[in-house]
Design a binder for this molecule. Structure first.
Ligand code: SF4
Length: 635
């Protein structure tokens, strides 16, 4: 059922495999294995937690819903066992294994008790599929005990096993609808015609190789870099279903789009064209876009001898908050390339790596005040902000680097300055443009990254192979050095534009020094924070309750400033996007056109605007900020 919810096509493929018409592909992904293993560990830890409360437990062995497993589950329910692990349930066309059946004091046909389903899940946010799965288990439990459970629970990680409770009646209608849909999809001899439209599950799906091949054979629109599902839907409404058809679409666009803007559709049309040209010629083609003030090559600061090129390796599945396990940076000392890879295999290492890097940049800035830190994509500044918040350290220092516009995102520069015949604008795909050849082979690096991350996720840093560490470090060094090579190539392209008489400017320097009133405030609270946290271990797992309370108290001193900062970071991130990017950005609404004033007062009017259909997270009651009166790039 969860598969059906994620992708209708997978249901058809699985159904065909069940009928023997297709063979199910073998798919081994060590990262998925690690995920499964961590899921198992979480379930076992929860069962231990229940046992420690003196509850009786029965484990139904195996993974199938066999007659024996179902009989064993029913017997345990009739006997009134407190906790049934991996209970096998079956009823009509439906069957499943619930992580936990937990006895509650609601009377049923079994006696003075009955059962509720609980699922131990690793996801930090519970997905709709999880709740639907619980609805199904609850229905099957109801058939055994003669009464439907009222609640079901999800046990998320890192919560001391505090259950999230779901009232099943709230989801019953949706559950019925999905069940009917699934039965309709497979309960007929004529399989429904589905297409492998890309979903967020494709990366972890057994059928991904087959689906990817089909899309390539069909020249599917999703092969065009940067195209959104909304644009694909808009194009399909006009019978444009292949990348080639998109590339050949006449310009200007012959219709006014119902979703998104004409400009963003024109952009993907041009992207399709250059991809097609590259494909036909067998060489990677690119073209420079006309410079727009405040974007692209206009954002490249003057190169400086002290410049630093930064790249993180992180794994969001380590522990509660993920781990930035390698912070690598490349720079030059008297023109000679230098690389430092700061490994962080635990919390203390992560904090130390962050502090070392910030201190390094600040020290270097004393010698090279004009230096910048280049990175590719938004991950690096995001990781630095996360680490600053997580450890409450170097806050002022990082803040001054951010306000000083020291960080330069080359992906943003690339996006606004050139169009290349690539399916994705990852740095690796662009390297042929500037002739960068990697030291570490990518397939070897991927294997080493996978193995190393599995070790970290399973809390086995000691088991990391030295050769994997070496390969990952070489891979990270490549990313850093490639970032420098890209910057140099962009500088050369900029020089070409200048030689053609076009105007390309340098960005204005950012603010320097601490913000007003901040130094005084920090002077007051820093000694207090140091006093409160002096003996508190970095890793929360190693703290006593009293130490953790002191750590919380110390962090509260900075709480309001930190919270406010996050809001402003988001505001400035959105402000830096072009009109085109804002259309695709869910956090904002773009393309607003004033219609009329519908109320309010002269000083505080209530205005009505229209805007093109776009996917957005804006909901009633959400606070909004307006960015007006500024030309946001090409419209
Ligand atoms: S690879 Fe993607 S499209 Fe294909 S079946 Fe799996 S989830 Fe669906």
């Amino acid at each position: 059922m969860v598969g059906y919810l994620n992708c209708r096509h997978v249901t058809q493929l699985e159904h065909a495999a069940a009928r023997g018409e297709l063979s199910r592909p073998k798919f081994f992904d060590p990262a998925l294995e690690a995920l499964w293993e961590r899921g198992k560990q979480h379930e076992l830890a929860y069962v231990d937690h229940l046992r420690a409360q003196g509850l009786s437990c029965v484990v139904v062995e195996g993974v199938d819903v066999s007659d024996e497993a179902v009989a064993q589950t029913i017997a345990a329910m009739r006997a009134g066992v407190d906790v049934i692990v991996q209970g096998a349930l079956r009823g009509g066309s439906w069957a499943g294994r619930a992580d936990i059946l937990q006895r509650v004091d609601t009377p049923s046909d079994l006696g003075d008790w009955s059962y509720e389903a609980a699922d131990t899940k690793l996801a930090r946010e519970t997905k709709g599929g999880t709740v639907l799965q619980l609805c199904l288990y609850s229905e099957l439990i109801g058939e055994v005990q003669g009464t439907m459970p009222i609640f079901a629970s999800v046990i998320p990680p890192w919560t001391d096993f505090a259950p999230e409770r779901y009232r099943l009646a709230d989801f019953a209608a949706y559950h019925r609808q999905v069940k009917q849909g699934l039965l309709g999809a497979i309960g007929t001899d004529k399989p429904a015609q589905t297409y492998p439209e890309p979903t967020s599950n494709c990366d972890i799906c057994n059928w991904s190789t087959r689906c990817d091949k089909q899309r390539r054979d069909d020249d599917h629109l999703c092969l065009v870099a940067g195209i959104s599902s909304m644009q694909i839907a808009e194009l399909k409404d006009h019978d444009i279903t292949t990348a080639t058809a998109l590339a050949e679409l006449p310009l200007p666009l012959p219709w006014k789009p119902e979703r998104g803007s004409k400009e963003s559709l024109t952009r993907v049309r041009e992207q399709a064209r250059i991809q097609l040209e590259s494909r036909a010629s067998g060489e990677l083609r690119y073209e420079l876009l006309a410079p727009v003030a405040g974007f692209g090559l206009n954002c490249l600061p003057e190169p400086c001898e002290g410049d630093v090129f930064l790249d993180f390796e992180g794994d969001s599945f380590v522990g509660q908050h993920g781990l930035e396990y390698l912070l690598g940076f490349h720079f030059r000392e008297k023109g000679e390339p230098q690389y430092r890879g700061l490994w962080a295999l635990d919390r203390a290492g992560e904090k130390a790596a962050f502090e070392t890097f910030i201190d390094f940049v600040l020290e270097r800035k004393k010698v090279f005040p004009q230096l910048h830190v280049y990175h590719y994509g938004g991950y690096e500044p995001g990781a630095l902000k996360r680490l600053m918040g997580r450890y409450g350290t170097r806050e002022d220092e990082l803040d001054s680097l951010l306000r000083g516009l020291v960080f330069v995102d080359l992906l943003s520069v690339v996006r606004h300055s050139l169009r290349a015949g690539v399916e994705s604008y990852s740095i690796k795909k662009l390297e042929p443009l500037y002739g960068y050849v990697r030291d570490a082979s990518l397939p070897d690096a991927n294997l080493a990254l996978n193995r190393l991350q599995v070790n970290l996720e399973l809390n086995d840093a000691a088991g990391i192979l030295p050769e994997d560490k070496q390969t990952v470090e070489a891979y990270n060094r490549d990313d850093c050095v490639s970032t420098e090579a890209l910057r140099d190539w962009l500088e050369a392209e900029r020089a070409k534009l200048l030689s053609r008489g076009l105007e390309v400017t340098r960005p204005e320097p950012g603010e320097s020094g601490p913000s007003e009133g901040l130094s005084e405030w920090l002077e007051r609270i820093m000694p207090l924070i140091e006093q409160l946290t002096a003996d508190v271990p970095v890793d929360p797992q190693e703290r006593s309750a009293e130490q953790h309370a002191r750590w919380l108290l110390a962090n509260l001193l900075e709480w309001h400033r930190r919270e406010e900062k996050a809001t402003w970071w988001e505001y400035f991130r959105l402000s830096d996007l072009s009109a085109d990017e804002l259309i695709d950005e869910r956090a904002g609404l773009a393309g607003l056109t004033f219609l009329e004033t519908v109320g309010g007062t002269a000083k505080c009017p209530i205005d009505r605007y229209s805007f093109p259909v776009q996917e957005a997270d804006i909901r009633a009651g959400k606070g909004l900020r307006v960015w007006i009166g500024v030309e946001k790039g090409p419209r």
